[in-house]
Every structure is written in C-alpha cells, then in structure tokens.
Design a binder for this molecule. Sequence first.
Ligand SMILES: Cc1cc2nc3c(=O)[nH]c(=O)nc-3n(C[C@H](O)[C@H](O)[C@H](O)COP(=O)(O)OP(=O)(O)OC[C@H]3O[C@@H](n4cnc5c(N)ncnc54)[C@H](O)[C@@H]3O)c2cc1C
Length: 453
Amino acid sequence: MTPADDPAGTGARPRVVIVGGGFAGVACARELAGTDVDVTLIDRNNYHQFQPLLYQVATAQLAPIDVGTPLRNLFRKDRNVDVKQAEVTEVDVAGRTVRTADGLSWTGDHLVLATGAQPNFYRTPGAAEHSLPLYSLIDAERLRSRIIAAFDAADRDPRLVDQGALTFVVVGGGATGVEIAGALADFVTTVVPQEYHDLDVHQARIHLVDHGTALLAPFSPEAHEYAAKVLQRDGVRLHLGTAVEEVTPAAVRLEGGTTLPTRCVIWAGGVQAADVAARCGLPRGRGGRLRVGHDLSVEGHPRVFVLGDVAAVESPDGTPYPQLGSVALQQGQWAGKTIRADLAGQPRRAFHYHDKGIMAMIGRGAAVAEMGHKRHELHGAIAFASWLGVHAWLMSGVRGRIDAFVSWGWDYFSGNRTPGLVDHPSAATIDFGEPGQVPPPRTPAPAPVAPAG
Ligand SMILES: Cc1cc2nc3c(=O)[nH]c(=O)nc-3n(C[C@H](O)[C@H](O)[C@H](O)COP(=O)(O)OP(=O)(O)OC[C@H]3O[C@@H](n4cnc5c(N)ncnc54)[C@H](O)[C@@H]3O)c2cc1C
C-alpha cells in the first residue's frame, strides 16, 4: 500500500467495492483474490449466472443449478473476498460509496461498477407487460414454466391451440433469439412427442420476428443464410424486416397487419444498461451505457471503474466494445490488474481486448463460429462441438461443467430431459378466458387428437 492509498496513515488495508457478480465483477474479484486488499463483492443475487446458457434452462436442457453458481462458493478459499447479497440503489461516485435498498452503505478506496444489462423493450406497447424476457436465471425459469404450461394446456384442451396455446413468438434475431428459437424447435421435435402422447406436435408454431433483414447481424452474410436455412428446416417461421407493433396478453401485432395469436412471447430484442447506471449522474452513451476511458475508469474519478455490459468503452475503431461475456471477463481481469498496479505505484495501461471470436448455437448439431480476430468461419457440427467446449470451459466451477456435459450427452443421445418442472406458478398461469374467445373448459376436453408423428 502506498501513502496515497492510506492518506490518514491508519495502516488499514485498501478496500475494493465491486457491484455485480457477473462475468466482469467475478473476474475482477478473482484478480484481487489472495492479494493485500479487502474486496467486498455485492450482488442482488447470491449466485453468478451464466447467461449464454439461459436458453437451455428455458427449454429444460439444463437445470438452473448448472448455470447459477453461488458466489460465496466461488470465493470460499479467498479470505479477502467477502460476498454481500444486496440490491444497490444509489451510487455516490465522488465518495466511491454505494447504498443498498435496506439502507446499508459500502465505501471503497476503489469502486467497481459491473451491473450488466437488462432488457430493452424500446417502448413497444405491451412488451414489458406481456412478453417474457430471457436475461436472468429467474427469467429462464419463468419461461420454462410458461412453455411447459402452454403444452400442458393444449394437451388438456386441444381447442386452445386456436387461441395460440402452441404458438411461440420470439422477438429478436440476434444470438439470443436464434438460440432460443432453435432450442424450442428441438424441444418440439424431440421432447414433446415423447412426453405428450395426445398432442399433435405438428400444430406447434414458432415464429421469429426481427426488424432487421438478417439473423445474427454481427456474423458474416454466409452465417446469416446458414442460420436462416437451419431454423426454417426445423420449422421456425421467419418474419425479417418486420417490426413488432404491439404485444397483448393474447397476441402479437406485427407491422403490416399480421396478428399472431400466442400466449408465449419471448423477448430477445436487445438490452440497455442496468437501472443503477441512470442513477450515477455520469455521462451515458447508447443504450444508457456509462462512458469510461481507455483504462476503464470514469473521467475525473480515476478510482471508479465501470466494466462489462454497463460500460461504453471505445474500441480502436471508435465504436464501443460489444456486450459480450468475453469482453466483460477481460475488462474485469484488466481492472483487477489496474487496481493492483495503482497500489504498487505502477502506471496504468489502456485496455486491450483479445478478440477470440464469436459463436452462436442454432439447433441440434448446428452452430456458427467465427474464430479469432480474422474471423475464420465454421458452420455445422464442428462449430456445434466448439460451442459446447468453449461454453463449458467458460462456466465457473467444475461441478457445473460436468453437470452440463452429462445433461448435453443425455439429451443428445436419448432426447430425454429431466428438469422440465413447472416451478413458477405465476408464469405458468395462462388466462385463456378473454372476451370473445373460447372460455376454458370445466371438464377435460373429450375430443381426441391424432397421435404425434
Ligand atoms: C441470453 C443471453 C445469452 C448470451 N450469450 C452470450 C454468448 O453466447 N457469448 C457471449 O460472449 N456473451 C453472451 N451474452 C452476453 C453476456 O452474457 C454478457 O455480455 C455478460 O454477462 C456481461 O457481463 P457483466 O459482468 O457486464 O454483466 P452480468 O453478467 O449481467 O452481471 C451483472 C451482475 O450485476 C448484478 N446487478 C445488477 N444490478 C444490480 C444492483 N442494482 N445491485 C446489485 N447487483 C446488481 C446482477 O445480478 C448480475 O449478477 C449473452 C447474454 C444473454 C442475456
């Protein structure tokens, strides 16, 4: 510790307060683990969630425990990292102090904000109220409950199919939208025929809507075409170049007049900075992200860092770095190293991103991967295998990795999924009784349906 870190000469160890236990916050805390500082890591959840695999929780491929790792467990061997479960509601940037919903406050010699992103509904009428986003573990569990409840409802009463019980609308054709649409198609063809013996699986409809003209926009034109071809082959209906005008409890209204009756709208339409960013009083860029300098600190507040999805850090080409797990992780590591350099009285260096590429899963055995900064492109089974390997490697904790591999193998070779519980009753309660529509039956519907084929 230098005198600058301890102006009062108290001899106390420097304290680093990190808000957010996602990729960036955890990476920063890991970089500081075992060093001569005290770290307080604050998150509203007591777990770190692995967002890239949320769609697999939503479609019952993985159990929530596979993608949510308790933060205390991650740092159980690091006595200098203390985890606090709390919702941060206020940030005093000048004082490097955060206050929580229950009135507590923490002050650090360094403050790190890594609060991530939240869904952006772009003021689409009804979207926030009636669609199901996929940005957190709770979102994924709620979505899984809704998907299974919709199949259960149609299985009980086939008349509900006309009210959209088996119609799923995915809004957004980026990686999240493509992944969930592909996984849903897989669920319909592999799981539903095994588990719903009375249901006509051919009545299920999956629509993907995006106002852009291509899927997976950050990828190459070949990848756009490949993703569209695979999804269409798997029965997904694409509505590209089409905006969603309104979401109601019973339908989605598209630009051009099409109305899709549905009870399950999955919002994968984009993100904005997490709420707390708006309360910092700092300059914000596109999507509400906080502008920070090349060393990841806030201008005028060199001991306040902003990292990951909530940060707008300019890349060498002048655009902000993309909101990706790999960017957040590397920024977390970089900030941790910078804090260590500060404490050792060494100079800071500008953040450098090591671009290892991008990848997205499209469906069973199908993925796209663009490897390295030169974007060497892979499609199909090789990309699929790379995707599984890279994501397992990125997961925190050996147990999660092993569980994921066992679940993937089990699912791939047997099509048998176990974690299909309806455990969020509020998301599973679907009101089919709107005025002018067929009311729900009082007794089980007698009408037979053709067996799934
Ligand atoms: C569905 C989905 C799929 C994705 N797939 C990929 C992929 O395949 N590859 C890839 O590279 N990236 C992917 N991403 C993006 C990637 O997950 C994010 O870029 C990354 O998680 C950002 O890390 P972060 O640490 O900035 O934020 P997060 O990981 O979002 O962590 C933020 C943390 O802050 C906490 N928090 C927020 N506000 C508060 C508050 N007020 N008080 C206390 N705690 C708070 C949250 O609980 C959370 O734990 C995906 C994202 C989503 C949503």
